[in-house]
Design a protein around this ligand. Structure first.
Ligand SMILES: [Zn+2]
Length: 129
């Protein structure tokens, strides 16, 4: 079961909403309330760029229980084109096209569903471009 925090943080998962420091321009994902570079609390929401490059990846043959029906899952560390590092699942990727340096784009996909409530959880995944 995915925690209630999912609902509170939907924007984070479906639109890659991070934050940007109004004072020095530093960007963060996930968002922060205080800039780690200059200490400013003048922070605004900022949608992250959707494109990036695979920095590292791994194949999960035994993912967490909520995702077991989707095994194997490829998780990748992505360097977005604005320099931010994010962790994300790869969508529709054939193993031979998953490599360090491959270009990816964030897309909204089904993450999982709660069999008892029927609730479907959506979030970003990255597809190879
Ligand atoms: Zn700052």
């Amino acid at each position: 079961m995915i925690p209630i925090a999912y609902w509170r943080n939907r924007k984070l998962y479906t639109r890659l909403i991070g934050s940007r420091c109004k004072k020095c321009g530093a960007e963060y994902y996930p968002p922060v309330k205080v800039c780690k570079k200059c200490g400013s609390t003048e922070i605004e929401e900022k949608e992250m760029l959707k494109t990036g490059t695979i920095v590292s990846f791994t194949k999960l043959t035994e993912p967490p229980v909520d995702f077991k029906d989707y095994a194997p899952i490829y998780l990748a560390m992505i360097r977005l084109d604005n320099g931010i590092l994010v962790l994300g699942q790869l969508a529709d990727a054939e193993s031979e096209e998953i490599k360090i340096g491959a270009r990816v784009m964030a897309t909204i996909r089904k993450w999982t569903e709660d069999g008892q409530s029927g609730i479907i959880y959506y979030g970003y995944k990255f597809k190879i471009i």
